[in-house]
Design a protein around this ligand. Structure first.
Ligand code: 5AD
Ligand code: SF4
Length: 317
């Protein structure tokens, strides 16, 4: 697909037509099954200051936490019993000791024995290698925006080039790689979104998360307008056309923008993954990336899969 075709799909093509094409591609390449990943936000400590994120280091209003290994293991085992197919460990950047995380990965690979996905930001190559050796299979690290100048503005002290080189290193180490970006960021244009989509394609991502930007109090972007639902769904559907075999989640950000329908619309736009939250309740409320973040639980996932007429492997009680 050329950039002008993508712009047409983003701006002018009838919504229903785009969704139909995305769903045809989904059914041909992935079938009706929805993969369910259990998300455990094991620490909200972060050394970065991304302008959009509530967990930025400078935000003193956040109560910081780090889960103990036993808490993570107990919740991961609970998720496995309920039929989750993967454990996703997410934290801010620089939150934990690399050796501790390697030990946790080893324990998770032993019991419950599900594939482990990491989402812990930019780290040293030796740490990525250590975690791979410990058994981690996949890594999520979104490029956030494909515009280098906008990237630098939103991420003080960091560059898009470094971000992309992390993705290359992870791929070379044998990880399945996940990327993605936000739609509706202040300063982003339709052209940027088209470039974001083309970047995901050229990176040959195995997974990609697309979510609307949501303004969060206590950040420099708190009074900006949040991204729109339709444009985020259009971007998701186009990504299904560009990466037919990728695993694409209906993101929590979609659910936060529209708690009733957001993820169902995501599934109907070509998504085939849901990521319900298995962070212990008393900690999860402090993992506040953006205002109104919905805590998507397993029952929500089950409900959405059924409403969307799709299949799952969850244990239904
Ligand atoms: N709105 C939407 N998504 C956000 N993220 C962080 N802050 C926001 C926000 N305000 C996303 C980023 C990050 C992922 C974990 O959450 O894309 O990679
Ligand atoms: Fe930290 Fe991630 Fe938030 Fe950036 S988006 S401040 S890296 S938690």
């Amino acid at each position: 697909m050329e950039k002008r075709d993508i712009l047409h799909y983003l701006e002018n093509a009838p919504y229903a037509l785009l969704m139909r094409e995305a769903m045809q591609t989904l059914h041909q390449h992935k079938g009706k099954h929805v993969n369910v990943r259990a998300l455990i936000e094991f620490s909200n400590i972060c050394r970065r200051n991304c302008l959009y994120c509530g967990l930025r280091q400078a935000n003193r209003a956040v109560r910081r936490y780090r889960l103990g290994m036993d808490d993570v293991l107990a919740n991961a085992r609970d998720a496995a019993r309920q039929g989750a197919d993967t454990i996703v460990l997410q934290s801010g950047e620089g939150a934990v000791d690399a050796g501790w995380l390697a030990e946790l990965i080893g324990e998770l690979c032993w019991d419950p024995g599900l594939p482990v996905t990491l989402s812990v930001g930019e780290c040293a190559e030796r740490d990525y290698a250590l975690w791979k050796k410990a058994g981690a299979k996949r890594f999520l690290i979104r490029h956030e925006t494909s515009n280098p100048a906008l990237y630098a503005k939103l991420h003080p002290g960091y560059t898009l080039e470094d971000r992309l080189s992390c993705l290359r290193v992870l791929k070379d180490l044998g990880y399945e790689c996940g990327g993605g970006f936000m739609v509706g960021l202040p300063g982003q244009t339709m052209e940027t979104i088209a470039d974001d989509l083309l970047l995901c394609e050229s990176l040959k991502l195995d997974m990609a998360g697309i979510g609307p930007f949501l303004a969060q109090g206590g950040t420099p972007l708190s009074s900006e307008k949040s991204g729109g639902l339709e444009i985020a769904l259009r971007a998701l559907a186009i990504l299904r056309l560009l990466l037919p075999d990728a695993n694409l989640p209906a993101t929590t950000a979609l659910a936060s923008l529209d708690p009733e329908r957001g993820q169902i619309l995501g599934l109907n736009a070509g998504a085939n993954v849901l990521m319900p939250n298995f962070t212990p309740d008393q900690y999860g409320k402090h993992y506040k990336i953006y205002d109104g973040k919905k805590r998507v639980c397993l029952n929500d996932a089950l409900h959405d899969i059924e409403v969307a007429g799709r299949c799952h492997a969850l244990a239904v009680s």
